[in-house]
Design a protein around this ligand. Structure first.
Ligand code: GDP
Ligand code: MG
Length: 200
């Protein structure tokens, strides 16, 4: 019985995510991680690239090329940048990062988007900037993966996922951006599950 249960759970997760970013034809990809300050950009980079935590409150930190493996599948993530989350960083880095990217993760904090109107507006402004830039440059096919981090802080709230999605659905739909992955980026098990889905 157990394999069926596990199989079912995996199928459900795959149904929610349904991404195959790391198993695409391209074996060397550029990955950017965008989003406001303290959303979890550095945390995600560190997990994917097995690097140590280094803050980038201003400017950026350079990231080395790394090979990511899952079973006999592998993908090379090119050199990249862990950029700051400030509004200045949007102006300074977003266009270039989007131009280079095969996939962009956009991370925002689940609890802040529910609690602070200014935060929600800021996130919408950034997504609008990304949508517009993708349209005017030739990046309409860029894969944008929304990540609703810090979900551990709000998961007991009724309809948390629905309420979070309602904060951004209009702008996300305009850019044909899928619903977010709701996650605790400090939880190793959830990170492993995310990585596995990226290979599917
Ligand atoms: N509880 C919780 N903490 C998180 C999560 N993601 C990141 N953090 C913490 O939030 C802080 C800011 O994360 P960081 O990666 O530096 O954000 P950045 O400014 O976007 O690079 C760090 O202390 C992380 O450990 C999450 O999903 N849940
Ligand atoms: Mg950072």
């Amino acid at each position: 019985m157990l394999p069926f249960i596990i199989g079912g759970v995996v199928a459900v997760i795959a149904g929610i995510f349904g991404y195959s970013i790391f198993s695409s034809e391209k074996k060397e990809i550029y990955v950017s991680v965008l989003g406001p300050s303290s959303s979890g950009k550095t945390t995600l980079h560190n997990y994917l690239r097995k690097t140590e935590y280094k803050d980038a409150t201003i400017g950026h930190n350079d990231l080395e090329k790394i090979v990511i493996k899952k079973g006999n599948q592998k993908v090379t993530i090119k050199k990249g940048k862990d950029i700051a989350g400030t509004d200045q960083a949007v102006k300074a880095y977003y266009k270039e990062e989007i131009q280079l990217s095969d996939v962009s993760f956009f991370i925002f904090d689940s609890s802040k988007i529910l609690e602070k109107e200014t935060y929600s507006k800021n996130v919408n402004g950034r997504l609008n900037f990304i949508n517009k830039y993708c349209k005017t440059s030739k990046k309409e096919k860029l894969k944008i993966m929304l990540i609703a981090s810090h979900f551990d802080k709000v998961k007991t709230k009724p309809s948390a996922k629905k309420l979070i999605w309602e904060k951004i659905d209009k702008i996300a739909n305009e850019g044909k951006i899928n619903k977010p992955i709701y996650i605790d980026l400090t939880n190793e098990t959830e990170l492993e599950a995310l990585k596995n889905e990226l290979f599917k």
